[in-house]
Design a protein around this ligand. Structure first.
Ligand code: GTP
Length: 86
């Protein structure tokens, strides 16, 4: 996530979560480009987006690198593990 765009990302995230149609949605956030020097870690992104304040949706943040595929399976595994939970 671009640092400059993180504020917009945050706004959009909470706008989406407030939408009635997404009442039962689980939220999976990929912290991509973890191979890049100076990238924000998943913990930093999580803190900025105040994910711990999200109580009405299950959420998960997964660090990943789309170029190598690292972390992608773990993220999707979390999502598939949610199926049938609600
Ligand atoms: N180093 C690195 N580059 C990546 C990774 N994921 C995507 N990219 C590169 O980032 C560029 C933008 O990718 P897009 O698929 O256009 O993504 P986007 O969301 O439209 O744009 P960005 O917000 O800039 O990522 C491409 O050149 C990708 O190859 C990653 O995990 N590591």
């Amino acid at each position: 996530i671009d640092r400059e765009r993180l504020a917009i990302t945050k706004e959009e995230l909470y706008r989406m979560l407030a939408h009635e149609d997404l009442r039962k949605a689980a939220v999976l956030i990929f912290a991509n480009k973890q191979d890049m020097k100076g990238c924000m870690t998943a913990a930093e992104i999580s803190k900025y987006l105040t994910l711990s304040s999200i109580k009405d949706h299950p959420w998960h943040i997964q660090s990943c690198c789309a170029l190598t595929g690292e972390g992608l399976c773990q993220g999707l595994e979390w999502m598939t593990s949610r199926i049938g939970v609600r």
